[in-house]
Design a protein around this ligand. Sequence first.
Ligand code: C2E
Ligand code: MG
Ligand code: MG
Ligand code: MG
Length: 278
Amino acid sequence: YVKDHGRGHFRFYEKEMDAIYLNEMVMESYLRRAIELNELKVYYQPQIDLRTGQISSFEALLRWNNKKFGFISPGQFIPIAEKSGIIHNIGEWVLDNVCRQLKEWQDKRYRKARIAVNISPKELKMEDFSKKVKQKIDAYGISPSLLEVEITENALANMEDTIQTLNNLKNIGVSISIDDFGTGYSSLSYLKRYPIDTIKIDRSFIQDIESDEKNKAIATTIINLAHNLGMDVIAEGVEKDLQASILLNANCQKAQGYLYSRAVSIDEINEKYFSKRT
Ligand code: C2E
Ligand code: MG
Ligand code: MG
Ligand code: MG
């Protein structure tokens, strides 16, 4: 019922979609057991400094390979995890993996081995979220500056709930990025209220930046906005050389996308980027 569409992407046929894919209850029950069954993996996608071509960080992206369903994209299972509350277990599991990885790299004295981790709005709303992050950082003995959290604009819609949490994270020494910038439902005013380090320009503004003047204008304006506010900026979904050079000309510091690498397993990351001491 799943077919390989190449490049490791799988999709369900429509007939089965009603029976299986759309059955959130079934998927939820499998998701509930995914951690103990060892079905989850953290993959990593490099973020590139456009000026030097060097890696500045890695984004942790969750992968789920289930016996019954095959590969399921986070776009499908994260919403189910959020609705059911499983996201709290999964989020903690991801953070634990990421911190353990940072510890390993830190011990090997690999520089530039920072990791950005996606945080669901639901996790951010928990009162003790920043405390849990701090406990994890201390448990592994890693430098908090190696860790970055990515949150979407929608997570900030509920101002009072989250401002304290973000301030706490900032005080701990963790960096904060706004993911999918420009696609959420919130006003720009949060940019001055929250301790934001980096803006990530959503892929929808980058994908045809070489031909779409409006997207180019939007991306350029976001880059300037970030810099005028003293923030860093990353372009998401860079797939072509031409897009990278346009972004570099517009003063964008960093980029992430298939042009450089997809998200790959930790073994591939270590093999590719850390097999020789630098
Ligand atoms: P995101 O955080 O905005 O991550 C970027 C998504 O774009 C990833 O999809 C990545 O594989 C994909 N991508 C990167 N470069 C390119 C490119 O050049 N072209 C195209 N077409 N796509 C590109 P992915 O891994 O399927 O993740 C989708 C979303 O699921 C993420 O969006 C994030 O919101 C969520 N997610 C993934 N892992 C986690 C996690 O551990 N926790 C939480 N809460 N959410 C996660
Ligand atoms: Mg992200
Ligand atoms: Mg994004
Ligand atoms: Mg996204």
